[in-house]
Design a protein around this ligand. Structure first.
Ligand code: TH1
Length: 831
């Protein structure tokens, strides 16, 4: 095969990449041979599929080479366990990472097709809620790029996160059926099916020597079918896999039921088994505590562990002594924590290992990432439910806990029952609960938070006694984002400018961006940078018009808040600021401000009432402001429907201002903050999560910080926070909140927007919105002043891009490798 004509370097895992002509031929070949259609009648969908099939020839080449090399070298590997992967689309990502995007674009153009139209044929793979799931997607991209032997494990949900529509401003949820017509990126692997058990009871038996043995008699057996999604590293490094499990009824088990004449029963059991991987729970940072969710967690952990053990045994036989040298398992929050008792069960009950040996293995295999301190997100399962679903695992957890309390807690704090109560994996009370965070810390060799401040708070506020027991267990790994998707692919204009000014190494070595800082004062680069921003804003304005029918002026400041809807993220603080500006304009028709477009994107969990009220209020206020002539286009408010990865890719390159306004101490890290700054947005933010580290990198002149610090929040709450004081003492706050109660925004229906006021006053304003309000208004006045100086603003924007090198997920992964996984990169050999 000829050498690639695209700029990409010779790849590692893939022997030869196609040039334009070869791709074109391959696309046509697949249109005929895989899609059974022809050039003169193929739909865009068929063209897209044919192109995916053409691309997959190279992807699979890399996949085979990667898997063979890992097998031959018997490498240590990390296994990332996550209930969520928010992948978005894979088409342009795979083309970019293979280095054949331009070749494909040209090939398609020669066939009379626009690559962007083809990209739009793909549904987002939305198997996640928000930051936690998107982080997992960035991490597997980085692990493949850096040639680390790694596999992602998760659930092959039939329905990903719901689609959001607005009806008269209110959120409506519609099902997401991302693979209804098949997904060209996934490969079903029936040869690697696993069977797992749930329910039933535990029998205690004794062998002839009188040795006790526990036998779990399951009530249900469920089949896990693996679907593999190749994860293509940048410039054809490794091609790793994301393995997602789909649940099915076990044939073996159903046979019995059929035989005993229970056709209906068998059909019902099929449906129940398939329910396990049916839907993603749409709660971000809230624990639903439902039986099905626990079964989902156990289902994918058990399938994945068995898969890992099968692979290990193929290389090492029944000798378990190297298991912990070969296998690291990263728990993405506590959602997969049930893997700890499951591995214990396999080792003790199945492999007949001693408890101590088994526990020693577990404690060298598992590592746990904490992503939140919010009490409503800290997972607890009732002992009652655990006993019903996983009776043997509950016994194992009791034993883990008993030994922990006796051998660790009572040794450091002899006789201290208060300490035992606090540290016990079992929370006592009316309804005893299993604390999954405690279980994760006890069962892991390392625990990390996701930003410096968050990792400190994990130690000081969440697990201080655990730190006293194991000071070295705790560490930090600040989150990051993949610059391939979040700059190169989504912002091709800026990517090109960077290639031309600082060279094209930055996508795999983001620290190179700092070279761009030297151009921050260069008028030509300032103009080029601002022209790119302007074009990106014009593109977004077209999208906004199409999706919402709202016209926005690309010359206004684009001020963007995109993230899940949560009180702690304070979209309602943003709303109050918008109302303040609107009111100032009405009171002073000549009110002088740089025109602003406020853009929101957010889904609310379907059961989160106040979050939905906030969406409604923003939509109603938007309607009023956007149609009020007196505003004279100084203000526009847009709530983009169905915010998702693909929409983020269109909004982020067009942002001037990034809203990162969580109450200090509440946002563990944030990752949208990084994507926006990377694309040249100036952050208006609190000293929370990774904002603090962003501020350190870009410097105080290039970020607008406001609000109470973590310590000030704690002090205020300790002394007693009274939101009513702010209401009575600040005329602007009072006027705005009272305004929300009138029918001004909801004609004829007064009180429709009063939920926000109620939560801020009667509800006590738990996230200190009113306390931070005036400081927030000032932070925005600073932005307004800054923006009037266009050269000054260009400099700030350039420096934001230039100084974000730290926040690549490649750096996060290198931190995990060094501080947690102790892995070696593996150079892939071609066959
Ligand atoms: C998020 C955190 O809120 C965010 O700050 C962080 O950047 C991100 O994780 C990645 O580390 C979380 N998402 C979830 C979702 C669930 C439960 C807890 C968290 S924390 C379902």
């Amino acid at each position: 095969m000829k050498k690639s004509t695209s700029k990409a370097k010779a790849s590692v895992a893939i022997a030869a990449l196609p040039n334009t002509e070869e791709l074109k031929n391959s696309i046509i070949k697949h249109l005929h041979g895989s899609l059974g259609t022809d050039v003169n009648k193929a739909s865009p969908q068929a063209w897209w599929r044919a192109t995916c099939a053409a691309v997959n020839e190279y992807v699979y080449d890399g996949l085979r080479n990667t898997q063979r090399t890992h097998y031959q070298q018997n490498t240590r590997a990390v296994h990332y366990f996550s209930l969520e992967y928010l992948m978005g689309r894979l088409f342009s990502n795979n083309l970019h990472n293979l280095g054949v995007y331009d070749a494909a674009k040209d090939a398609l153009a020669q066939l009379g097709l626009n690559i962007a139209d083809l990209e739009d044929q793909e549904e987002d793979m939305a198997l996640g809620n928000g930051g936690l799931g998107r982080l997992a997607a960035c991490f597997i991209d980085s692990m493949a790029t850096l040639n680390y032997p790694a596999i992602g494990y998760g659930i092959h949900y039939e329905h990903g996160l719901f689609k959001q529509e607005f009806s008269d401003g209110r959120q409506i949820e519609r099902p997401d059926s991302w693979r209804e017509y098949g997904n060209p990126w996934e490969i079903c692997r029936p040869e690697s099916i696993q069977e797992i058990s749930v329910y039933g009871y535990v029998e205690t038996t004794y062998d002839l020597q009188g040795k006790m043995k526990k036998v779990w008699h399951p009530g249900r057996i469920i089949k896990g079918v693996p679907w593999d999604i190749p994860v293509v590293g940048y410039q054809g490094s490794s091609v790793n896999v994301l393995r997602l499990w789909e649940s099915r009824a076990s044939d073996f088990f159903n046979w019995d039921v059929f035989n005993s004449g229970g056709y209906i029963d068998a059909a019902r059991q099929n449906i129940e088994a398939e329910t396990i991987s049916k839907v993603l729970y749409p709660n971000d940072e809230t624990d639903a505590g439902k039986e099905l969710r626990l079964i989902q967690q156990y289902f994918f952990c058990s399938c994945s562990l068995k898969d890992i053990i099968r692979r290990y045994k193929r290389a090492n036989g029944d000798d378990w002594s190297k298991f912990a040298d070969q296998v690291a398992i990263q728990l993405n929050d506590t959602h997969p924590a049930v893997a700890i008792p499951e591995l214990m069960r396999i080792l003790v009950d199945r492999a007949e290992m001693s408890w101590d040996d088994a526990w020693n293995i577990c404690q060298h295999v598992f590592a746990y990432t904490n992503h939140t301190l919010l009490p409503e997100a800290l997972e607890k399962w009732s002992v009652r439910l655990f006993e019903k679903v996983l009776p043997r695992h509950l016994e194992i957890i009791y034993e883990i806990n008993r030994r922990f309390l006796v051998e660790q807690v009572d040794v450091l704090w002899p006789g201290d029952n208060e300490k035992k109560r606090k540290l016990s994996i079992i929370e006592e009370g009316h309804e005893p609960m299993v604390r999954m965070g405690h279980l994760s810390v006890v069962g892991s060799f390392r625990v990390n938070g996701v930003a410096e401040i968050h990792s400190e708070l994990v130690k000081s506020d969440l697990f201080p006694e655990m730190v006293a027991l194991w000071p070295d267990k705790f560490t930090n790994v600040t989150n990051g984002v993949t610059p391939r998707r979040w700059l190169k692919a989504c912002n091709p204009r800026l990517a090109k400018l960077l290639d031309e000014t600082i060279g094209d190494e930055w996508p795999r070595d983001l620290k190179q961006l700092s070279k761009f800082a030297a151009f921050a004062d260069d008028p030509a680069i300032q103009d080029a940078f601002m022209a790119i921003k302007q074009q990106n804003k014009a593109d977004l304005a077209t999208v906004v018009k199409k999706l919402t029918n709202i016209s926005i002026d690309p010359h206004a400041i684009f001020d963007i808040q995109i993230k899940r809807l949560h009180e702690y993220k304070r979209q309602h603080l943003n709303l109050l600021h918008i109302l303040a500006l609107y009111r100032r304009i009405l009171q002073n028709p000549d009110y002088d401000m740089v025109p602003r477009v406020f853009l929101f994107g957010a889904k609310a969990a379907p059961g989160y009432k106040l979050a939905k009220e906030i969406i409604y209020a923003i939509n109603k206020v938007a309607e009023k402001i956007n149609n009020d002539k007196r505003v004279k286009n100084r203000l526009k408010v847009v709530f983009m429907p169905n915010y998702r990865v693909t929409l983020a890719e269109k909004m982020i390159p067009a942002a001037d201002v990034s809203e990162q306004i969580s109450t200090a101490g509440k946002e563990a890290s944030g990752t949208g903050n990084m994507k926006l700054a990377l694309n040249g947005a100036v952050t208006v933010g609190t000293l929370d999560g990774a904002n603090i580290e962003i501020a350190e990198e870009v410097g105080p002149d290039n970020i607008s910080i406001f609000g109470l610090t973590v310590d000030e929040v704690k002090a205020l709450q300790a002394k007693g926070y009274h939101s009513w004081d702010y209401y009575y003492q600040d005329a602007e706050i009072k006027a705005i909140l009272d305004w929300l109660e009138t029918d001004y925004f909801t004609p004829g229906k007064p009180g429709e927007l009063s939920a926000i006021k109620r939560s801020l006053l009667e509800g006590g304003d738990p996230y200190l919105v009113l306390a931070d309000f005036q400081s927030y208004v000032k932070a925005h006045e600073k932005v307004d002043t800054w923006y009037r100086d266009q050269a000054g603003w260009a400099k700030k924007a350039i420096l934001n891009t230039a100084l974000m090198g730290k926040f690549t997920s490649d750096r996060s992964i290198e931190d995990y490798v060094e501080r947690v996984w102790k892995l070696d990169a593996c150079k892939i050999s071609q066959q």
